[in-house]
Ligand binder design. Sequence first.
Ligand SMILES: NC(=O)c1ccc[n+]([C@@H]2O[C@H](COP(=O)([O-])OP(=O)(O)OC[C@H]3O[C@@H](n4cnc5c(N)ncnc54)[C@H](O)[C@@H]3O)[C@@H](O)[C@H]2O)c1
Length: 361
Amino acid sequence: MVQVHRNGEIFGDGRGRAARGGRTVLVAGGAGFVGSHLCDALLAQGHRVLCVDSFLTGSHANIQPLLNHPAFRLIEADICHLNDIDEPIDQIYNLACAASPPQYQADPMHTMMTCVQGTGNLLRLAEVNGASLLQASTSEVYGDPEEHPQREEYRGNVSCTGPRACYDEGKRAAEALCFDLYRAGRVDARVARIFNTYGPRMQPDDGRIVSNLVVQALSGDALTIYGSGEQTRSFCFVSDLVRGLIALMNVDPNPGQPVNLGNPGEFTINELAEMVVSMVRCAGEIVYRPLPQDDPQRRRPDITRAEALLGWSPTVPLAEGLRKTIDWFETFLTETKDRRRPKTGPARESEHRTTPVPVGA
Ligand SMILES: NC(=O)c1ccc[n+]([C@@H]2O[C@H](COP(=O)([O-])OP(=O)(O)OC[C@H]3O[C@@H](n4cnc5c(N)ncnc54)[C@H](O)[C@@H]3O)[C@@H](O)[C@H]2O)c1
């Protein structure tokens, strides 16, 4: 394999190849919420996109419009068992992993193995191809943080035995793998620590706070809040995140350290619920439920590093992003209802009723 030296680092020739035209970019988890938006953006930039997904939590609908795109290829596979791809690759984004607590806790061992075995497989693929790899890590590596806002230097407060550990510790292990291979000069690995992201194509029943509240409000149900609602989160609109991921993948030199990507605006869950109620114009009844174990109390990214190294900061205010998300869910729910409606007779009133599930991620 040809190797090039850049700023004292030795990596493969993926970038050289890429410089000669559109890149071939593998997006693991490309049929998911964030991954499908990333596929859209990469195709719009003229790259070839290989979407690898097992459809564990992703959906065919997310990538349906891309299936006839000449530069898009879908490879249905679990990254835990992915050893090779039959064409050269320049860049790999690893977004493959269930991201909401009910989904990643449904099969905790698979979640952990996806993070460790799956990321290991993609790192080997990156090494063989001389490709850069961006790992989608998470603010969950900070656990229930004792430092606020969270800077990348903060080492976190994570339980390694609790119900969130399969995800939090899995993502921490994946970061360790990335930096081991980066230090060894074997893979141009980059790590984004993603904070709560929301937008169109979230699954209506995935148990994340924004989708939960929006779907409940649009369905005329009571809104479920876990705990007092005074815990905080920072919400980043998906287009801002995708721009940040692409910037981190392409910045030269490799930062060689994790980079927080999130919106530093901090809101309590009660404030978020109030915004949703006023934008949907629903009755706004709220039901409070017990807080799930290890649920973080405060979340806000310090994005100084992303601003300095990538020139990146989010631009979509919460009200604007929520408007787009609510509009998308409104259409989605109507279309789903139309598809389910019996050929004769009216639709059942309860069709959009949602089962509340603990939120987080
Ligand atoms: N959305 C957020 O708020 C957020 C926050 C922090 C980190 N992240 C990270 O970003 C990534 C994408 O998150 P998302 O919100 O789009 O979640 P998502 O569940 O919508 O997408 C994950 C995708 O990965 C696929 N997948 C899961 N396990 C797989 C496996 N073993 N092999 C192949 N495919 C697999 C799923 O089918 C799905 O399409 C995840 O790695 C997540 O940990 C997301």
